[in-house]
Design a protein. Structure first.
Length: 209
């Protein structure tokens, strides 16, 4: 809805965005639409690192944010590694931009890396994106994936290899991405501790009233 200009009715995802004060200017009629500029929180990690379970519990504990799992919008048309999944990431940021207009920041759970979000067109409408990567020891990750129901194919050799590599990549590169990612080792902590750590991290980075 936000991409439709109230002035002329034209649709555009390429408005000129001025961050202070937050205004999106229509390139067709120059109408300026004020908007709510809020941060976003991305919790990433390999499958088996604890994201989904943490998201479910966090959504019940934090009422001042909107907690979502990126997989609810996934379909095979978004499987485009050749362009870093651009359309999928851009769609999610468009969704976040619109949710932000209600005054509540979004905490998005799902595998991804900063570079995939930071280079999208819709990123301009987000004040800052904070990243946290969940990871665990390789043998623990493998055990968790193999313990999942067979229909999910999490224990398939190809999936195990992919998740182990991504898990290690996050651990090795958290300090090298732009922006950097906070790291949380979920190897030996209970899910309640994982959720508490994420909640504290989000709370520390929420806009001060």
């Amino acid at each position: 809805m936000f991409n439709v200009c109230p002035g002329c009715g034209e649709y555009s995802d390429n408005k000129e965005v001025i961050p202070i004060p937050p205004v999106a200017i229509c390139r067709h009629c120059q109408y300026g639409s004020p908007f709510v500029l809020l941060p976003m929180f991305v919790v990433t990690g390999a499958s088996g690192s604890g994201k989904t379970t943490a998201a479910l519990k966090l959504s019940r504990q934090m009422q001042n944010v909107v907690v979502l799992d990126q997989d609810i919008l996934w379909n095979d048309s978004f499987n485009t590694p050749e362009d870093n999944y651009y359309e999928f990431r851009n769609l999610w940021l468009r969704m976040v931009k619109n949710i932000n207009q209600s005054g509540r920041p979004v905490v998005l759970f799902g595998s991804g890396i900063p570079d995939q979000f930071e280079k999208t067109n819709e990123r301009r409408y987000i004040e800052k994106v904070h990243y946290m990567a969940l990871y665990c020891k390789e043998d623990v990750l493998v055990d968790r994936l193999k313990a999942r129901p067979h229909w999910r194919k999490s224990g398939a050799e190809e999936n195990l290899k992919s998740m182990v590599e991504f898990n290690q990549w996050l651990k090795d590169n958290a300090d090298n991405t732009e922006p950097k990612m906070s790291l949380l080792d979920t190897t030996e902590i209970e899910i309640a501790e994982t959720v508490e750590s994420i909640q504290n991290w989000v709370s520390e980075n929420l806009p001060k009233k």
